[in-house]
Design a protein around this ligand. Structure first.
Ligand SMILES: [Zn+2]
Length: 677
């Protein structure tokens, strides 16, 4: 059989041969690659004496073919999927889970790694090697390798139950979201709504069987604009209450007991593995290190942000009173009046800025920024196969003309692409036998498409999104480690957004905007006063937004940093925790916990703080660029060497300090957000 996935790739830079791959190639290729990887693992176990090279390093090198094939498959499933690929994913995912479980539960392999681990001080390892050894040892231990057979089987049971409960949590929220629809018969009630949103509301009504009416649901694209633009206050109130009572009504979609079970299981799991709480377990592998550090961080930020937030609420309340004689600003009023006030204060809207951000120019601007900072050149290479005609493949070279990476860019929405924007890679960076294997990195977005009369003109938000994803891409492209496990974006969670978020800062710098922000028809540079307004608008209600983010982080920590037996009533518990961050009058009977999917379904438990944490890092790091010049070569070189190229080779605190010369401080973020002077 001739399977292009299993053959050696004869494409430029051994890129994925998209022109040859067919859907039916995936399953047999994955099965074969798993077999191959297992043979590599067995040969590790057949070595007489375990050493760093024949065990830890060999484990990092095992399964490379499998990594490449599964990356190709799952990237396609996100960016260019169809029913056939989705069906395949349901077959392939369990195979890969089983494979990784087989490794992590392999006692013999664990014994060998722990033998190496126990001699780690005598082995004369480099810091990167030490990190690799610790990471692989920990991955076994955190999965129960040290436990007795009985405890290990308890752990497996807990994991299964947890997976089932988290799934149930998500399904309940989804069912509640899908169940709700609010029909509007009279167009008068829709005052304030932009035409495009009105059209979408009409389409929902038609799909739900009431053509000629309008309808709102609790899905984000329907709910958020409704709360932002609807003049009708009672309609906003109705939608707000529906949104904030999801899965809390005591019926079969209620999540209160699901939350208690999840908390109990997580706590049991942590204790079984020897940790004080779930938060302790999670934070061991984070830059923040401990629950205490996270709590100190959140509380310190809260003290700084709250006075500003209170001022902002008072300002908005006065504005609403002046405008509509509102007696009391309620939670369902906040987004609506904020939008009006923002317009009045900054006279900015998307349409005003779009002409300066033609996609073609913005991409050029991104490339020029990368060239000025890191000496990178992006050369389109039509010989590199792509998975869709919209995708462009580039060869990336450094100043000396050396090949650094392959870079794919995929910008426009289409049926087979999921929402949002992300960076991913088709192949990681690593070294073996003296050869440096360079990465294949990709960014996928859903930007405004060109029309018959106009090229693709981006909103400012899309511009920052492109810079953000490109920042992640730089982390991948400039990777310069020995081991794929530690290379590129394989870093701790609360550190991974530093390269992406810091890159967004350049979008607000005149020196950078002057490179590319030109009117697509007249060629005129973006006026300086528009840049000033963009900067000011970015700080609008930063106090309020900060307190809101902190409140979610504090609630998350409250749930995961203590004995869950003390949590009796979810409503009461949430109210008590949220009291310290409440800025608007409480609405009895509403809560967020029962639909807080980030922490009860997704992977953000004891991790919600990391959004703010990463902002502290990016603002603090960017301040050094501002002090030395945003294109200062020395600062850029240091950022490249210590952060972008270093990946996860050492603890992020160590890497960060090496770049900044000290620990991160929140002051730069507080200044940027206008919370201190
Ligand atoms: Zn990101």
């Amino acid at each position: 059989m001739n399977n292009p996935l299993l053959a050696n790739f004869t494409t430029p830079f051994e890129t994925a041969p998209f022109d040859k791959i067919k859907n039916e190639d995936f399953l047999p290729a994955i099965k074969k690659a798993i077999k191959l990887a297992k043979t590599e693992i067995s040969s590790i176990k057949s070595e007489p004496l375990p050493t760093f090279e024949n065990t830890v390093e060999a484990l990092d090198l095992a399964g490379k073919k499998l990594n490449v094939i599964s990356s190709i498959f799952f990237n396609l499933n996100s960016a260019e999927t169809n029913e056939e690929i989705q069906k395949l994913a349901r077959e392939i995912s369990p195979l890969l889970t089983e494979y990784s479980n087989d490794i992590l539960l392999d006692k013999e392999l664990y014994e060998r790694i722990s033998q190496v681990f126990n001699q780690k001080e005598e082995l004369n390892l480099s810091p990167e090697q030490k990190t690799l050894l610790e990471k692989s040892y920990k991955s076994f231990v955190r999965n129960g390798a040290k436990l007795s057979d009985e405890d290990a089987s308890t752990l497996r049971k807990i994991d299964q139950e947890l997976a089932q409960k988290s799934l149930q949590f998500g399904e309940n929220v989804l069912a509640e979201t899908n169940k709700y629809v609010h029909f509007v018969e009279s167009e008068d009630l829709l005052a304030g709504l932009p035409d495009s949103i009105k059209e979408a509301a009409a389409q929902i009504a038609e799909e739900k069987g009431k053509p000629g009416q309008w309808a709102f649901t609790l899905a984000y694209p329907s709910y958020i604009p409704a709360m932002t633009y609807l003049k009708n206050r009672s309609l906003r109130k109705e939608l707000f209450i529906a949104y904030n009572t999801k899965s809390s009504k005591g019926d079969d979609l209620d999540n209160q007991e699901t939350i208690k079970s999840i908390l109990k299981l997580r706590d049991q799991r942590a204790k079984l593995l020897g940790y004080q709480s779930h938060a302790h377990f999670v934070l061991e592998e984070r830059m923040a290190k401990s629950p205490q550090a996270v709590m100190d961080f959140l509380k310190n930020m809260l003290v700084k942000a709250k006075p500003k937030a209170e001022q902002e609420v008072a300002e908005l309340e006065a504005y609403a009173q002046r405008l509509d004689d509102l007696d009391r600003l309620e939670k369902w009023d906040f987004a609506f009046y904020s939008e009006l006030l923002k317009k009045e204060k900054y006279e900015l809207d998307d349409e005003l800025l779009r002409p300066y951000f033609q996609l073609k120019n913005v991409i050029n601007g991104v490339f020029q920024t990368a060239e000025k900072l890191y000496g990178l050149q992006f050369i389109p290479n039509p010989d590199i196969p792509v998975y869709h005609p919209d995708v462009t493949a580039y060869e990336v070279k450094n100043q000396e003309g050396k090949h650094i990476s392959v870079f794919y860019a995929d910008f426009f929405p289409r049926a087979g692409k999921r929402n949002g924007a992300w960076m991913t890679s088709f192949k990681g960076q690593f070294q073996s036998h003296g050869q440096d294997h360079r990465p294949h990195v990709s960014i996928v977005c859903n930007f405004t498409k060109p029309t018959k009369s106009k090229p693709s003109l981006l909103t400012f938000n899309e511009v920052t999104t492109l810079f953000h994803e490109f920042g992640h891409a730089l982390h991948g492209m400039l990777a310069n480690g020995h081991y794929e496990t530690l290379s590129g974006t394989s870093v701790y969670w609360d550190f991974v957004e530093l390269p992406s978020q810091i890159f967004e800062n350049w979008c607000y710098e005149k020196e950078c905007l002057d490179l590319f922000a030109r009117h697509y028809e007249t060629g005129e540079k973006i006026p300086e006063k528009l840049i000033e307004r963009i900067k000011k608008a970015a700080n609008f209600q930063q106090g309020y937004q900060t307190v809101r983010q902190l409140s979610f982080g504090l609630l998350d920590m409250a749930y995961h940093n203590q004995d869950p037996a003390r949590i009796q009533d979810i409503f009461d518990f949430e109210k008590t925790v949220m009291k310290q961050t409440e800025l608007l009058p409480d609405v009895p009977g509403t809560l967020m916990s029962t639909s807080f999917s980030h922490i009860f379904q997704g992977g953000y438990s004891a991790g919600y703080y990391s959004y703010k944490w990463a902002e502290v890092l990016d603002a603090d790091a960017f301040e050094l660029f501002q002090e030395n010049g945003v294109f200062d070569p020395e600062t850029a070189e240091s950022f490249q060497k210590n952060i972008l190229s270093a990946g996860g080779s050492e603890h992020p605190s160590v890497l960060y300090k090496r770049f900044r010369g000290r620990e991160p401080k929140p002051d730069a973020l507080l200044r940027r957000a206008g919370l201190i002077n």
